[in-house]
Design a protein around this ligand. Structure first.
Ligand code: HEC
Length: 128
């Protein structure tokens, strides 16, 4: 099912005649692939109020909500890249009450700084 959706995006990308749109779509595909490969989607949805297991709140915040919260803050990106690589502190939860996860584990074992930077940059524009 995951591949089916990505396949559809690829088809859309190849039939569009607008170079810009094609570029934007291929960046979406690249980032969605990276998020899947890195395991982010186990805990994060891209949009919507997806439910976690047993009807609990989702484990991590939907990335469109992350974009709404930080998208207008120019300093947010660097801090979020660090959080993605090193994990978050359960004592300084930024999403308390909104998600069922207490903290994010470090992700530096699955993606490098350059990839984290590109992924966070993409996430921060999801509310546009
Ligand atoms: C095991 C579950 C889990 C995985 C895997 C995970 N996250 Fe998270 N993520 C969370 C939780 C829980 C939070 C909320 C932390 C908080 O409340 O401060 C979070 C928060 C975030 C935030 C917002 C941080 C903040 O300070 O508000 C971003 C951005 C993010 N994750 C991106 C990612 C990316 C990119 C990946 C994959 C490389 C990823 N996450 C993988 C659970 C996860």
């Amino acid at each position: 099912m995951r591949l089916g959706k990505l396949g559809l995006v690829c088809v859309l990308a190849s039939v569009t005649s607008l170079a810009n749109a094609e570029q934007a779509v291929s960046q979406d595909v690249k980032m969605i692939n990276l998020a899947h490969q890195s395991g982010c989607v186990t805990c994060h949805a891209i949009s919507g109020a997806g439910k976690g297991p047993n009807g609990l709140k989702p484990i991590g915040p939907a990335w469109q909500d992350v974009a709404k919260k930080y998208g207008s803050d120019p300093d947010a990106k660097a801090a979020l890249v660090t959080t993605v690589l090193n994990g978050s502190s359960p004592y300084q939860s930024h999403w308390k009450g909104e998600v069922s996860g207490f903290a994010m584990p470090p992700n530096s074992v699955v993606l490098n700084e350059e990839q984290a930077d590109e992924l966070v940059g993409w996430i921060l524009h999801l509310a546009d």
